[in-house]
Every structure is written in structure tokens, then in C-alpha cells.
Design a binder for this molecule. Sequence first.
Ligand code: 5RP
Length: 218
Amino acid sequence: MTQNELKEAVGRAAIAYVPENCIVGVGTGSTANYFIDALAEIKGQIQGAVSSSEASVARLKSHGIPVFDLNTINELPVYVDGADEINHQLQMLKGGGAALTREKIIAAVAEQFICICDESKLVDVLGKFPLPVEVIPMARSHVAREIVKLGGHPAYREGVITDNGNIIIDVHGLSISQATELETKLNQIVGVVTNGLFAHRRADVLLLGTANGVKTIK
Ligand SMILES: O=C(CO)[C@H](O)[C@H](O)COP(=O)(O)O
């Protein structure tokens, strides 16, 4: 199976976690796009969605799925999203698509986080994929200097402005054994909006696309 076929398989498998008549949290990226396309097939059974990016909002609307403002809803049973890396404790590294802050906000509201990934994303130690950090533009140099003090190699993601009007610094050269501690330390740097470690709020379920089918890891 190709990587895209594995992504499609997990996107479809996540539909089983969507309760009837609910509002569903929808993430961002190529794997989340397969979930959105599968969701379109059952759109008559849900109220609609909240979403972590303008790109996913556009895709949801193109399928005729109503999109709600997160502030107008009281409960969110499930959030479905991909990841750039996930470890065996279901801690994730996310933000390759620059949507990390909205992803983290929706994940914080959701009762269950269902992570959908192809098997290339499962790692023993997070950090081979550069860790994205969303930063207020005027704090770029300050945040970069503080990241160097933590042992990382910061790289400004040229030409990218987030949906919140901020920039992304990608942190290379990390081998992240203490993910919750690093998540906290990075968020304490003044000028950081948030970082792409989802260690405090991990996934509840991983649907992993493999050559032998979709594996469920809890
Ligand atoms: O965090 C994300 C976007 O900010 C995505 O979930 C992550 O980049 C994975 O994307 P893809 O499914 O395209 O591999």
C-alpha cells in the first residue's frame, strides 16, 4: 500500500469514533483531509464540525458540512487529527502544517483525541522531525536565542504566516526524552504562542495505518 492509501484507511477508520448527531473536531493536513472526505459521506448523521485551520474549514464547507465557532459549543466528544511524529506513550509532535495552536486549543476542549497516522510516524523518541513553535513576529530573535540555550537549533520557516498572524520557528537537533518538561519550558519563553509538543494532552487512541491493516493503540 502507498503512504496515501494508509492515510486514507486511517481517515476512514476514524469515522467509527464519531457519535451520531455530534459536532466533531477536525484537524489539519493530508491525513485529516482523508477524514474530512470520509466525514462527508455521513454528513447527514452529524450536526457539523469545528476545525483547526482555515484550510480544513474550506474543505469541510466544500462538502457542505456546517462549521461552528468553537466558542459557541459546550461539548466536543471527539477530535480527529494527524501528527508528524507519535511515540509509544501517544505523545505527539505536530505543526508541520503550521496549525499547531488551533489544534492544541481544540484538543484541550475535546473529550477524546483520535490520532490518525501512517506507520512512518510512529517513533521511539520524538524530535527527528523539527519541532514547530508559533511565535509573535516581534519576538522572533529573542525566542531563537532562548531555544539555543535549551540546546535546539532554530530555523525561521520562511514565507509562512499562521492563521493567527504569527510566524513559525522550527527547532532542529532535539532528541526529546522529557516531552512534558520541554513542552512547558518552551511555552514559558516570552513571545511563544505555543509549541508543537502534545505531551501534556496526548492522544487517547492512535489509529495506525500499516501494511497489515489499521492497528488501534490505546
Ligand atoms: O500538525 C499538523 C498540521 O499542523 C498535521 O497533523 C501534521 O503535519 C501531519 O500532517 P500530514 O497528515 O499531512 O502528514
